[in-house]
Design a protein around this ligand. Structure first.
Ligand code: ZN
Ligand code: ZN
Length: 374
């Protein structure tokens, strides 16, 4: 499998067809994961407009409009393999009017990527009067949710890279060091082990572990602390890693050890339950029920997980209330946690790909509590 397998040439046609089915006459896609997914072009998110236009099936060919100074970068990207027209606009031109002129005259409803800047969306509204804007996230999210074999391979690569970082965490985690110092070592390793970008580093020690999205602080790690380490980055291919392990610096408190055992059981049961057909809310309940039955239900304060690919958080979300049935190729986190406010917390997280009859975790580090020397 080569890098170019990540950007198959039939995706634009599939998006045009999906747009038509969703009642959208065109998709307008600005820089971000959707643009990269459809073309392979990792465009800079600038105030100057870069926009991929995908008319609904039957409405014409897709084209890419970029600032003239970005044209060489666009032409050097995988987008050039798609054979689409790449038009540059000069500094004094109005790119919105340029796009409006090339859109079908009958355009009634257009879809924009969910992350398009508000100023760009409003400018399109002025340039295409009478047309209704809608989010294209549903159309593109449904496509991106099912990973191709090349994408699964890219997620395996990302998973192995972040595994190698976690393998080194015990050597940095010590009583007397601050979370920030440990976080700096981890961030360096995220790059050294095969990412081009550090997306987040959470080192949540002692009571900070009870805040699921604590990042790092100047708190000095103490002997007996439990430490939640949740880290991720983006690889050269654009695919994201995300993995949590919980560590203990010396001997952890007895009440922590009691619920860590419950958490480990819940996360294992959820990994084992992954298969095509199980719904998102059923998978969430598998872990939530185990945690609730052990008396910690009120301390599991978030959903079980999120999809992952070109973004760390994307469809499908593994959450109560979602009746979405899992399908082969879906990739998502399984990350139950238990958080005792003011005391400590724990989370265990793996990225899992739904296969033909079971889940395949791309993270392979052991799940038991890692006790490091104080
Ligand atoms: Zn995470
Ligand atoms: Zn996550």
């Amino acid at each position: 499998m080569t890098n170019s397998d990540l950007y198959p040439t039939d995706r634009l046609a599939a998006a045009a067809k999906a747009a038509a089915e969703a009642g959208l006459d065109a998709l307008l896609i600005s820089p971000g994961a959707d643009l990269r997914y459809l073309t392979g072009y990792e465009a800079l998110p600038l105030e100057r407009l870069t926009c991929l236009v995908v008319p609904a099936a039957g409405g014409g060919d897709p084209f890419l409009v970029v600032p003239t100074l970005e044209k060489p970068a666009a032409e050097a990207s995988p987008a050039s393999r798609l054979g689409i027209d790449i038009t540059g606009w000069g500094e004094t031109e109005d790119p919105y009017a340029l796009i409006a002129r090339r859109l079908p005259k009958t355009l009634g409803r257009f879809g924009v990527d969910n992350h398009m800047w508000a100023e760009k969306l409003l400018a399109f509204g002025r340039a295409i009067p009478g047309a209704e804007a809608a989010l294209a996230g549903g159309v593109l999210g449904a496509m991106r949710m099912i990973k191709s074999p090349a994408e699964v391979e890219a997620l395996r690569t990302a998973g192995a890279a972040i595994d190698r970082v976690h393998a080194q965490v015990p050597q940095w985690l010590r009583a007397g060091r601050t979370e920030r110092e440990v976080g700096r070592d981890i961030a360096d390793a995220i790059i050294a082990e095969g990412h081009v970008r550090v997306d987040f580093v959470i080192v949540a020690s002692g009571p900070n572990g009870a805040s699921p999205h604590h990042e790092v602080s100047d708190r000095v790690i103490e002997r007996g602390d439990a430490v939640v380490v949740d880290i991720g980055g983006t690889t050269h291919d654009g695919y994201c890693s995300d993995e949590t392990r919980t560590y203990a610096v010396g001997e952890a408190p007895a009440d922590f050890l009691a619920y860590y055992a419950v958490l480990e059981r819940a996360q294992q049961a959820q990994r084992d339950a992954v298969r095509p057909g199980i719904t998102s809310e059923q998978l969430d309940a598998v872990g939530r029920d185990i945690i609730a039955d052990a008396g910690y239900g009120e301390y599991f304060v978030h959903r079980t997980g999120h999809g992952i690919g070109l973004e760390t958080h994307e469809e499908p979300y593994i959450v109560s209330g979602s009746t979405l049935a899992l399908e082969p190729g879906m990739a998502f986190s399984i990350e139950p946690g238990i958080y005792l406010p003011g005391r400590h917390g724990a989370r265990i997280e793996d990225i899992v790909v739904c296969g033909a009859d079971a889940g395949e975790p791309v993270n392979k580090r052991p799940h038991e509590l890692v006790v490091v020397d104080a």
